[in-house]
Design a protein around this ligand. Structure first.
Ligand SMILES: Nc1nc2c(ncn2[C@@H]2O[C@@H]3COP(=O)(O)O[C@H]4[C@@H](O)[C@H](n5cnc6c(=O)[nH]c(N)nc65)O[C@@H]4COP(=O)(O)O[C@H]3[C@H]2O)c(=O)[nH]1
Length: 708
């Protein structure tokens, strides 16, 4: 609050001087100039008089006993009315030091004795005019600060020539800058900007300042009490007469209320009041965005259309209130269902983003993005159909409800939001027609595909218990001795109805469904037991290489499996080689490095499969201390016809030699291929030319015959 000095017809002057004659002379001069006069003979009385009478002007002698003029001046300035009282110091001293001292004590003016009595009154009047202007200025600054506080507005400025920066208290408060964080430079302004936005915001504003152009940037800041506020920071350049940018003036404004109101409006316009899910309007908008994105990135996505089966009966039987509560619970379960499917679906690593909407009544839609295979969509649909029908208890009624789901895929089933929606709706009616509580793709052939996949997935889970897997071994030949030095273990599935199923078909399914963990455990255990059995019966089977899938590798589960099997069998770990593909290694570098190191510590050998198909460098791979690399069979099989392949083979072999890593050529089918890779110095070979993968008894026969 500003304390102002009363306006008077006759301004009041207080004369403080210990010399009576001086007091009287000054009084006479001031009365002549139209002032009303009061007097005090020392500093203490003068301060007391000031407090009581609030004079407009004080004539203050410097040299006085007890309390001198400087001390008195300081004390007057501390009074509530003292800020605007004009103080003129009168002294016999005419030296620079006391002039400075007077100004430091807060005096407004200074005159020396002998006094020009005619001028004294004029001087007093000038000072009152200046004082009045100062008082007005202070009042208007105070009012400005108050209104800025009310409007939650702060200001700042930068001198563009010197870089000097200043800002108002309100600006600091709005930005959540505490007392000890008062910005000394513009840089400090960004201290409290939310971490995610900080760099971008800072770049944008600093760029505008550098380029001398106006800006208007909203962002979020964190206050010391933990709350978040929305701030609008804007700046404008001021130019001088020569059009040189001199100052950038800025304002920060708290727009939190405005933002919250906007969000509320958006919520009301775009979200369903009952369930909190997106409404039709927002959904259609989102669908359009998704189409644009998928088109740009050449990705696919799915649209699921859900309709609760016989929901009308719930409404008719139990009333609309119960119906509404059921819809709310289902909306919640749908979200959980998709989230869980998402997490369970390792194939999509949580990037199966979703958008769930309620179109109206009992109809829901879901957009599934990040889809790589149609089966992933079926997994989600299956989960919904399986998990939603649990009984819900509402108002004491137990209600079980099922749902039918129709699915359309972008772009195969439509490239326009309405068509996609129509086709998903059509598919949903198909699902209803075929007995409800199931899902259908718009294209019939997709239904067949997913049925096939899920039936395989179901069968894989039984295959281990039913002993349907067999391990075959494909010999690995040393190209110097031409003898068998080991084998690669390759799984075979003897399906009761389908016959032999290729691992190329079922391993990817097992990987996606997580069943690969059990399968690999079986493979490692079986191979190790087999090897230990052969060794203990006097055979020399060489090393056995076992394939490890990426999923298992990333989970580090491979370690337990290997350690357990080695310990149980007592096999020397050096007989075992773990093969991982180059791509798996490069996708999970940090996890892979840790697992490979642990395997090395156990003295297990490490092989890199399919080498040459990825983008890694051999010298990088060698840092993982691998023992062998296998040139991918696509290069070996085409090495005669395609000179490029030969160049790759030669390079891999040469690098392998220089790094002390053994190189295996895989997929050797002909004598020419063998000759070529031998010429170029490969250490080992594997392929149909020597032998296909064979059952254990056949492998031991080949081994004992020393065929090659
Ligand atoms: N055309 C041709 N092919 C040859 C020749 N020599 C070997 N092959 C085949 O090439 C594949 C080599 O295995 P891979 O690259 O590890 O590729 C394997 C591997 O990724 C995976 N797999 C097989 N068994 C297992 C296993 O026990 N565990 C895991 N995780 N994956 C396995 O399935 C893939 C396919 O296995 P398979 O069908 O047994 O196919 C085997 C093998 O039969 C040749 O001269 N010409």
């Amino acid at each position: 609050m500003i304390h102002s000095i009363p306006e008077r017809d006759k301004p009041l002057v207080l004369i403080i001087d210990d010399d009576l004659s001086m007091r009287l002379a000054m009084k006479a001069a001031m009365v002549r100039s139209g002032f009303e006069v009061v007097m005090a003979e020392n500093g203490r009385d003068g301060i007391e008089m000031c407090t009581r009478r609030e004079p407009n002007l004080v004539l203050l002698d410097v040299v006085m006993p007890e309390m001198d003029g400087f001390e008195t001046c300081l004390a007057i300035r501390q009074l509530p009315s003292g800020e605007f009282t004009q103080i003129l110091m009168v002294t016999g001293l005419d030296d620079v030091e006391s002039t400075e001292k007077a100004f430091e004590a807060g005096a407004d003016g200074f005159i020396s004795k002998p006094i020009n009595w005619v001028m004294l009154g004029h001087r007093g009047r000038y000072m009152l005019r200046a004082g009045k202007a100062f008082q007005e200025l202070s009042k208007s600054r105070f009012r400005l600060e108050k209104t800025q506080q009310m409007a939650q507005l702060g200001n700042w400025e930068i001198n563009l020539q010197t870089g000097e920066f200043s800002c108002s208290d309100e600006a600091c408060r709005l930005l959540g800058l505490g007392d000890n964080q008062r910005p000394m430079s513009f840089e400090h302004f960004f201290l409290t900007v939310s971490a995610v936005e900080r760099d971008e915001i800072k770049d944008r504003i600093e760029k505008a300042i550098l380029e001398r152009r106006s800006f208007r940037v909203p962002y979020r800041v964190s206050h010391p009490d933990g709350s978040q506020r929305y701030i609008l920071n804007q700046g404008e350049v001021l130019f001088d007469d020569q059009q040189v940018a001199v100052i950038m003036l800025g304002a920060v404004q708290d727009i939190t209320m405005q933002k919250l109101a906007e969000e509320e409006i958006k919520r009301l316009a775009f979200y369903d009041g009952l369930t909190g899910l997106s409404n039709r309007l927002f959904f259609m908008n989102q669908l359009e965005q998704e189409i644009l994105y998928a088109k740009r990135k050449s990705t696919i996505f799915a649209l699921l259309y859900l309709d609760l089966d016989q929901f009308k009966r719930v409404n008719d039987t139990f009333g609309h209130y119960v119906g509404d509560q059921l819809l709310k619970k289902i909306a919640l379960d749908l979200q959980n269902c998709i989230r869980a499917a998402d997490i369970a679906s390792r194939f999509c690593d949580n990037d199966l983003e979703k958008l769930i909407a309620r179109l109206g009544g009992d109809e829901f839609t879901i957009i599934l993005t990040g889809v790589r295979k149609v089966e992933h969509v079926a997994t989600v649909a299956r989960r919904i159909v399986k998990e939603l029908p649990k009984p819900y208890t509402i108002e004491g009624h137990e209600i079980a409800i099922t749902t039918s789901v129709g699915i359309s895929m972008y772009p195969a089933d439509g490239k326009d939001p309405n068509i996609l929606l129509k086709h998903a709706d059509t598919a949903m009616y198909q699902a209803k027609k075929s007995g409800r509580n199931n899902y259908q793709f718009f294209r019939k052939e997709l239904n067949a595909e997913v049925v096939e996949r899920f039936s395989l997935e179901r069968d894989i889970s039984r295959a281990l218990d039913r002993n349907e897997f067999i391990l075959y071994y494909q010999p690995k030949i040393d190209l110097r001795s031409m003898g068998i030095v080991g084998a690669e273990a390759l799984i075979r599935w003897n399906h009761p109805e389908r016959g032999m199923v290729s691992p190329a078909k079922f391993i990817p399914i097992a990987e996606e469904s997580g069943q690969i963990v059990g399968i690999n455990r079986w493979v490692v255990k079986t191979a190790i037991e087999q090897w230990q059995k052969w060794i203990s019966t006097g055979h020399v089977p060489g090393t056995v290489a076992v394939n490890m899938s990426g999923y298992q590798f990333a989970q580090q589960k491979v370690m337990n499996t290997v350690a357990e099997a080695l310990e149980l069998s007592g096999l020397d770990p050096e007989f075992l080689e773990i093969e991982i593909t180059e791509n798996i290694l490069m996708q999970n570098i940090s996890e892979a490095a840790a697992v490979l190191q642990q395997l090395k510590n156990m003295r297990v050998r490490i092989g890199i499969d399919d080498f040459g198909t990825g983008y890694s460098s051999l010298s990088y791979i060698s840092s993982f201390k691998v023992d062998t690399i296998k040139i991918d069979r696509s290069f070996v099989m085409g090495c005669i016809e395609k000179p490029d392949n030969l160049v790759i083979i030669k390079t891999i072999i040469a690098m392998g030699q220089s790094l002390g890593i053994k190189v295996v050529a895989e997929g050797v089918e002909t004598a020419e291929q063998l000759e070529l890779i031998r010429q170029h110095g490969a250490d080992m070979a594997q392929g149909y030319y020597f032998s296909k993968p064979v059952p254990p008894e056949e492998y031991i026969r080949l081994l004992d015959k020393k065929l090659y």
